[in-house]
Design a protein around this ligand. Structure first.
Ligand code: SAH
Ligand code: SF4
Length: 368
């Protein structure tokens, strides 16, 4: 850990640093953002408070952007004091912002222990999408992605996941963020506990109240996590398939050895979709690896019987990545093979690649 929280400066011996950070974290008050609306209701009940207090506090925090109990003016001074003795309301701090030529903005956010993650605001034709992270780094090691090159440093708490959106809203009060995608740094379903709680806060009408249609979780294909999400659907599902054979997928994504294509597609077939909804299949297109018409046809037969739309993502190149992006003709041809076989296929425009804010380019300050 390179950066030490301000009030811990002075600890210089490495072992001492780790112990001090642990003490610092356990001595901290509980962050209200780490609690689901249900957790908060229970907590307040234990304090002997009326149930309506929960809605009151949630409105202040999630609708009006108040960051301390002092600002909750319809709560008595005495109660504000009692609450602030037990709870914090803390969001990540913005350490840097980069703006792309295409209007995409990348935010570097500092967490309580000094680690950093990135979140991205992507203006689209008539709405704004916020892309947030679920882990610092990633353990999945996909060969074409920069995020995991230093491995996984730690999971984010649910409050840190939701806190990214709150920090961006606070920094850009004029923007109307309508869509949230858990597609930033990390693998959301490898941090399933905190991801599920964050989803609860994002969609709960008492908290952020975003429609679940407008919240998307993107996964590398961790089957146990997909089943958990299926049991309590709280978001749209996107799966990064990226290959149409086990041989190619094994080469690109180590996870395929644990959860091979056959098992993954069976889990997707069993996934309960609300009427009119589809699973998004993400397919990063890599020159001479997975981009031939034959690959497209294999993909079509894999997806038979599953309600899907395919997002084709031409590889975002980087010197550290040993692959290249196919030419435009190859991408269009691939798309056409899918369309001709009645599979909806969209080519995802690369956004923010000049500031390393595009898919697979987030490194949370580690690559600066
Ligand atoms: N871990 C999750 C979500 C974060 S990655 C997942 O893998 O789905 C978000 C998306 O970026 C994934 O679809 C991934 O396949 C894609 N991606 C990763 N590296 C990329 C690159 N270099 N170019 C284009 N897309 C990339
Ligand atoms: Fe992790 Fe997703 Fe990148 Fe794979 S593509 S290394 S799962 S962030």
């Amino acid at each position: 850990m390179k950066v030490i929280p301000e009030n811990m400066a002075g600890f210089t011996v490495p072992g001492e640093n780790v112990r001090a950070i642990r003490r610092f974290l356990t001595a901290r008050k509980r962050n209200l953002l780490d609690m689901s609306p249900e957790d908060i209701a229970l907590f307040l009940e234990k304090m002997g408070l009326q149930p309506y207090r929960c809605g009151q506090i949630l409105r202040w925090v999630y609708r009006r952007g108040v960051r301390d109990f002092e600002g909750m003016t319809d709560i008595s001074r005495d109660l504000r004091k009692r609450l602030s003795l037990q709870l914090d309301i803390s969001i990540p701090e913005i350490a840097a912002v980069d703006t792309s030529r295409d209007g995409t903005r990348k935010f570097l956010l500092q967490l309580v222990d000094g680690l950093q993650v990135e979140s991205v605001l992507i203006p689209e034709r008539n709405h704004i999408t916020c892309c947030i992270s679920t882990q610092v780094g990633c353990a999945q090691g996909c060969r074409f992605c920069l995020t995991g090159r230093r491995g996984l440093l730690r999971n984010l708490s649910s409050g840190e996941i939701v806190g990214q959106l709150l920090a961006l809203k606070e920094a850009c009060p004029a923007e109307n963020i309508t869509n949230v995608v858990l597609m930033g740094m990390g693998e959301p379903l490898a941090n399933i506990h905190h991801t599920l709680r964050a989803l609860e806060v994002l969609i709960s009408p008492q908290a952020l109240g975003i429609s679940r249609k407008h919240v998307t979780v993107s996964t590398v294909g961790l089957i146990p996590g997909i089943r958990k999400l299926a049991a309590k659907p709280s978001a749209s599902l996107a799966v990064s398939l990226n290959a149409a054979t086990d041989e190619v997928r094994n080469r690109l994504m180590p996870v395929n050895r644990r959860y091979p294509l056959g098992e993954l597609l069976a889990a997707l077939r069993a996934y309960p979709l609300p009427p009119g909804r589809r699973i998004t299949i993400e397919y990063v297109m890599i020159a001479d690896v997975n981009d031939t018409p034959a690959d497209a046809r294999r993909l079509v037969s894999l997806l038979r019987g599953i309600r899907v739309k395919v997002n084709l993502i031409p590889l975002n190149e980087a010197p550290e990545i040993p692959f290249s992006r196919p030419d435009e003709y190859t991408v269009l041809n691939f798309q056409n093979e899918l369309l001709e076989r009645h599979i909806t296929a969209i080519i995802r425009k690369s956004r923010g690649s000049d500031i390393r804010a595009a898919c697979g380019q987030l490194q949370g300050g580690l690559g600066r």
